[in-house]
Ligand binder design. Structure first.
Ligand code: FAD
Length: 451
């Protein structure tokens, strides 16, 4: 027998949970949340690693200290989440070459300034061309004939943030500070906190029968009258509406088949979206051999191959005595290491570290490699819209198809790629759906009045 309700929410990441919360606040309680994995959180996910809670997905609350208050920061405050201010700007003064020498600060500052100026130039020309460009997905081509330090700076500028190049809504609206979450309860605690107001929870566990875990949605039938959703285990759910919060990578992957198929304007927009892969590799050591201190949180390895174990973070500020280093890889490098064994990755990382710190440093004793690209419920880390994004593309990504409403970080016009983008998109989508339900109800009442 199919399970019937008013609204099905597919996915229990931050956007699905915030969408459910807004529905509940508007009196729509007859909801079912279908989540493919065995827990809520999605790309907010902690794991125990050598006695420490590490964040495999979102790690920072980005955008704090500005004109407006970031809703994720507010939640963190209410939850007393343990956070630490991170200062990325120091990274460029801790750049190592492959013989272990740190580049003089003057060279680093000059190279950085040049890279920023050239990025601004490039953006200006994109801005000028944007009206004529068919598709504004302008992927970053691998620069050729750059020196290792230029490549390293290019990597931190383009694969991390462009804040110095162009105003980014997150920093403009919410402020430029970023806080690292380092709490045993995990970043995901914020989601549990959110659910307390509308789902039945006890001792930190969600016991509400409206949350269905381990339900992988595989088919979505839709018409003008309603939706029917089939899961991998053969369950069927019927509802008047569905809110689909799965990532753009999942939508590109055809995990879910739509009957009838989604219209072309929608599938084209989905296929045109660029997905970024961002991988934090955790390495545990028997003791510290890297410099510590407030301005040494990040360090950079300059190599002739762009993005090759470039960006390093030491966890001493957040977890003193943990002896953990994190190295971040992106895109093609992420895909490459996802395909190899963790032992091979550890070997490569050790070689890089020995180039920086000498041959006598100890071997890592453990490694953790998240695989966001090969995770069939993610297929990447977040959307990577260009700064001058094609408005039509964004509109089409977000726009509902009959009774299917779309939400998730990828539908956030201003804050895509961020936790607050997911949270705010869930609110926005639910508000639009509540409005739609009101209209439909008014129409029905009018019809009845006429009869
Ligand atoms: P998701 O969290 O992906 O939620 C979608 C849910 O749908 C998932 O739980 C998934 O399991 C489920 N699902 C998928 N397919 C199905 C299916 N077929 N049936 C049922 N359920 C399904 N943001 C920041 O603000 N700061 C950061 O520091 C930061 N760092 C990041 C680092 C990494 C490595 C990653 C991966 C992301 C990072 N982000 C960061 C981005 C942030 O995590 C996301 O923008 C946000 O969590 C996305 O939320 P969402 O609800 O849109 O999607």
């Amino acid at each position: 027998n199919p399970h019937r309700c008013s609204v099905i929410i597919v996915g229990a990441g931050i956007s699905g949970i915030s969408a459910a919360k807004v529905l509940a606040e508007n009196g729509v309680d007859d909801v079912v949340i279908l989540e493919a994995t065995d827990k809520i959180g999605g790309r907010i996910r902690k794991e125990e690693f050598c006695g420490v809670t590490v964040e495999l997905g979102a790690g920072w609350i980005a955008g704090v200290g500005g004109k407006q208050s970031n809703p994720v920061w507010e939640l963190a405050h209410q939850s007393n989440l343990r956070t630490f201010l991170s200062d990325y700007s120091n990274a460029r003064y801790n750049i190592y070459d492959d013989s272990g020498k740190i580049y003089p600060s003057g060279i680093a500052a000059d190279t950085y300034k040049k890279a920023v100026d050239s990025a601004i130039q490039k953006l200006k020309s994109q801005e000028a061309n944007i009206d004529t460009a068919e598709s504004s997905i302008l992927s970053e081509t691998t620069p050729t004939q750059k020196t290792p330090i230029e490549l390293a700076i290019d990597f931190i500028l383009h694969d991390f943030e462009m804040a110095e190049v162009e105003p980014i809504s997150t920093y403009v609206d919410f402020g430029e500070r970023e806080y690292l979450v380092a709490d045993d309860r995990g970043y995901e605690y914020l989601l549990y906190k959110m659910t307390e107001s509308f789902l039945y929870t006890s001792e930190g566990k969600i016991l509400d029968s409206r949350l269905h875990l381990n339900k992988v949605v595989r088919e979505l039938q839709h018409s003008r009258n309603g939706v029917s959703v089939k899961t991998e285990d053969g369950s069927i759910y019927e509802a008047s509406y569905v809110i689909l919060s799965v990532s753009i990578g999942v939508l590109q992957s055809h995990l879910i088949s739509f009957v009838p198929p989604l219209p072309r304007w929608k599938t084209e927009a989905i296929q045109n979206c660029e997905v970024m892969v961002y991988t934090k590799i955790f390495l545990k050591f028997p003791y510290k051999f890297w410099p510590c201190g407030p301005d040494k949180e990040f360090f950079i390895y300059a190599h002739h191959r762009r993005g090759y174990y470039t960006f390093w973070q030491q966890m001493e500020n957040a977890y003193p005595g943990s002896n953990i280093l994190v190295v971040t890889l992106t895109n093609e490098e992420s895909k490459r290491i996802e395909a190899q064994t963790d032992g091979e990755t550890m070997k490569e990382a050790m070689e890089v570290l020995r180039n920086m710190f000498g041959t006598e440093i100890p071997d890592a004793i453990d490694i953790l490699v998240p695989r966001w690209w090969n995770n069939r419920f993610q297929r990447g880390s977040y959307t990577n819209y260009p700064i001058y994004v094609n408005r039509q593309l964004l509109h089409n990504i977000k726009a509902p198809v009959e009774r299917i409403f779309f939400t998730g970080e990828h539908t956030s016009e201003k804050f895509s790629g961020y936790v607050h983008g997911g949270l705010l998109s869930g609110i926005e989508t639910s508000k639009a759906l509540v409005e739609e339900m009101r209209k439909a109800n008014d129409k029905k009442n009018e019809g009845q009045a006429l009869v």
